[in-house]
Design a protein around this ligand. Structure first.
Ligand code: IVH
Length: 691
């Protein structure tokens, strides 16, 4: 095969380029794009692999090379866009051409019967049918196509305005970039982006290996993925688009049944799931619901209900809309799946701060797509409130969340004469008598310096990424050093000598190079700023934000150590309980000695908190809802990091209401009433962005 890229580069270098015509390159690029599109289609839509991965990659690379050399010839809809690589600076807010309505929904079959009866009555003897289809549990997006080409992808947002996520959407293989066959000239395709279970599990496994927090559930993960700044990252997420709706402006004709529209969409190259059924009456609808309530866990992606629509689209207008949803459709939502399984035993885990967490060991049971073997029992109060007896069967539930929850006791299965669970009185690890502080629900083991999981837990916390960040000291190494008697507390880490490390361990002994790496990482940690050192100490209730606030207020460790409870409680966000925990911690002579040793080792024990910028100086924010890139605490800390203030309630002094997803309607109303500007997360990010 003639190497176009190489050949033309040669021409270019020989300065013959201007003399030649780029037509052959363009033709080759079109040919490659077309072939790659065809192979992608066969692979993702029809599960057919027509060439080896090697051949496919070679074609893709050739096209990428040509696009790099001839950017003027590169198409914005080239299949190379599937790989991503462009950076979303911020997600532009766009107005939806057609508002993105939601559906009325219910958990009750009776209400579905009512819906059906009402619809029939309103349609007054007209012939019609329903379609039943799956309610995909993901993120709704709208795709605009003009002349068969994808021009824009927008999230639902608040229904009127959403975020432009076109670059990321292009990386999803089941979103066609160019349509096939016949298509309307201008229309919008709507559907749900879902995270298939297999890809989700793989991604979470990888995240855990990398020490990142795993995603809570596929829906949140899909939503976070669409908002990734780097589209190449989004490409790696292996998301899927399920199309379920089509709409067009006046003058563009679409088929007059919903079923027919989806059928057409499939021919255009959309992934339309085959699980759609035309139903003539309520019996058909109920059968469909019943079938999928059981079968749903055998699907490769999550669904949370069934959507029922009137099939004949001309009747939609006759039925009309209510305030926020159409009268011609309804969603039936599945109840969280619940099973009952025997409690085999209870384990008591000891955390790094000594807190005891009781965990139910269950007879393994299949629930919501995974086998559940364990579930937390929270604390002694929870066990008492649920009235759990030894040998009981427990009800376990899993809703949209991936983590199973104990929701009650299956009393019908309780054996006569069974005894209530007796909470332990001694630490399962070290035997110390447990304590329960007044007003606290949890028990804890007070033997902080002699209880193995607490010692190791504290060491792990100390070296963690958000603390001292000594990456080469993983849990296994720490255990090894502990067993060898080299590290018993956090200060011992800084006394480690090269000769003590070499040869340590049984199977994979520490060699010269890794000993040097470890010592270098320990040395580097001495530059970690004071506020993180404070967080690393692992004082109860002192999280990242609390540590920052304390460091900023006291400025150095001596002032902090000298403060009494009343003074500590002066610090913003530090309550009585935390103040007492801090004061107790520093009152302990063992801890004072550790501080002295850490100071001698050269760790940062002072330093004024340095702000990242002063971009938000003079602005007051109220934060509400859930965010993609931050936890609530993180976004508050970030505001302060840029010189802004955070307040709990909206008033005339509020500059912005920073609105995440699922924000309560009251806050929104109040902000609108007071004329407070509402800021999206994307807008916030661009406000604080550099440059
Ligand atoms: S139809 C105007 N069909 O469920 C009707 N929605 O409130 C447009 N959803 O946010 C929606 N699967 O994102 C429709 N097969 C399906 C669906 C579906 C999931 C979502 C949709 C919407 C919510 C309903």
């Amino acid at each position: 095969m003639f190497d176009w890229a190489g050949g033309l580069e040669l021409y270019r270098r020989m300065d013959l380029f201007s003399a030649i015509d780029t037509e052959p390159v363009r033709r080759r690029m079109d040919e490659l794009a077309e072939e790659i599109d065809r192979l992608n289609y066969e692979y993702y839509m029809n599960d057919r692999s027509l060439v080896s991965d090697f051949e496919f990659d070679a074609m893709l690379r050739e096209l990428q090379d040509l696009e790099r050399q001839y950017p003027e010839l590169a198409s914005p809809l080239s299949p190379t866009k599937r790989v991503g690589g462009e950076v979303n600076k911020s997600f532009r807010q766009v107005q939806h051409r057609f508002p993105m309505l939601s559906l009325g929904n219910t958990y009750s079959i009776e209400e579905i019967e009512d819906f059906e009866a009402r619809t029939r009555k309103l349609l007054d003897g007209k012939e019609f049918s329903y379609t039943c289809e799956l309610k995909y549990d993901g993120v709704a997006i709208g795709l605009t196509y003009r002349h068969g080409r994808l021009v824009q992808a927008v999230t639902r947002g608040n229904g009127a305005v959403g975020d432009d996520i076109t670059l990321n959407a292009k990386t999803i293989p089941t979103i066609p970039l160019k349509l096939r066959g016949e298509y309307p000239d201008d229309f919008e395709a709507r559907g749900e982006v879902v995270y298939p279970f297999e890809a989700f599990d793989a991604m979470n496994k990888q995240r855990e290996e990398e020490g990142l927090e795993p995603f809570a559930n596929p829906r949140n993960a899909a939503s976070g993925s669409l908002k990734l700044q780097d589209s190449a990252e989004c490409a790696k997420r292996k998301l899927m688009f399920c199309m379920y709706f089509m709409m067009a402006p006046d003058g563009v004709t679409l088929p007059d049944t919903h079923f027919g529209r989806l059928e057409w969409a499939r021919q255009m190259g959309f992934k339309v799931q085959p699980y759609i059924k035309e139903c003539k009456d309520i019996k058909d609808i109920k059968d469909f619901i019943e079938y999928w309530d059981k079968e749903r866990w055998n699907l490769p992606f999550g669904i949370d209900g069934i959507v029922i629509k009137v099939n004949q689209t001309p009747l939609w207008e006759a039925l009309g809309l209510t305030a926020k949803s159409p009268r011609w459709a309804i969603a039936y939502k599945f109840k969280a799946e619940r099973v009952s399984t025997p409690l085999e035993s209870i384990s008591y885990q000891v955390g790094r701060t000594g807190v005891i967490t009781p965990v139910a060991n269950l007879r393994p049971v299949w629930l919501g797509g995974t086998t559940v073997k364990r579930a937390t029992l929270v604390n002694a109060d929870f066990i008492a409130k649920m009235d759990i007896h030894i040998g009981d069967h427990l009800f376990i539930e899993k809703g949209g969340e991936i983590i199973p929850k104990v929701v009650g006791v299956d009393f019908e299965q309780r054996r006569e004469g069974s005894m209530p669970v007796q909470y332990i009185v001694r630490c399962p690890e070290c035997g110390a008598e447990l304590v329960r502080a007044e007003g606290e629900a949890g028990h804890y083991c007070p033997n902080a310096d002699g209880c193995h999981p607490q010692i190791i837990g504290r060491l792990e916390h100390f070296v963690g990424r958000k603390a001292m960040d000594i990456e080469s000291l993983g849990p296994e190494r720490l255990e090894l050093l502990y067993k060898a008697g080299l590290v018993r507390n956090i200060a011992d880490i800084y006394d480690l000598k090269r000769e003590q490390l070499i040869g340590l361990g049984e199977e994979s002994t520490i060699q010269d190079k890794s000993a040097d790496n470890l010592l270098a990482a320990i040395e580097a940690s001495k530059q970690v700023p004071f506020e993180r050192v404070l967080f690393a100490l692992g004082i109860r209730y002192v999280g990242e934000v609390g540590a920052k606030k304390l460091a900023r207020y006291f400025k150095n460790i001596d002032a902090l150590m000298g403060a009494d409870v009343a003074e500590l409680a002066q610090v913003e966000d530090v309550g009585e309980v935390t103040a007492k925990a801090v004061s107790d911690w520093f009152a302990n002579p063992l801890h004072r000695e550790i501080i002295t040793r850490l100071r001698m080792a050269g760790l940062q024990m002072s330093g004024v908190w340095k702000m990242e910028s002063e971009k938000l100086e003079g602005m007051t924010f109220v934060v509400s809802g859930v965010f993609e890139h931050f936890s609530r605490e993180e976004i508050k800390a970030d505001i302060e990091n840029h010189g802004g203030k955070v307040s709990g309630s909206i008033s005339g002094k509020t500059t912005y209401l920073l609105a995440g997803e699922k924000m309560g309607p009251e806050k929104l109303k109040k902000a609108e009433k007071l004329g407070v500007k509402i800021l999206s997360e994307a807008e916030y990010l661009s406000l604080t962005a550099e440059g």
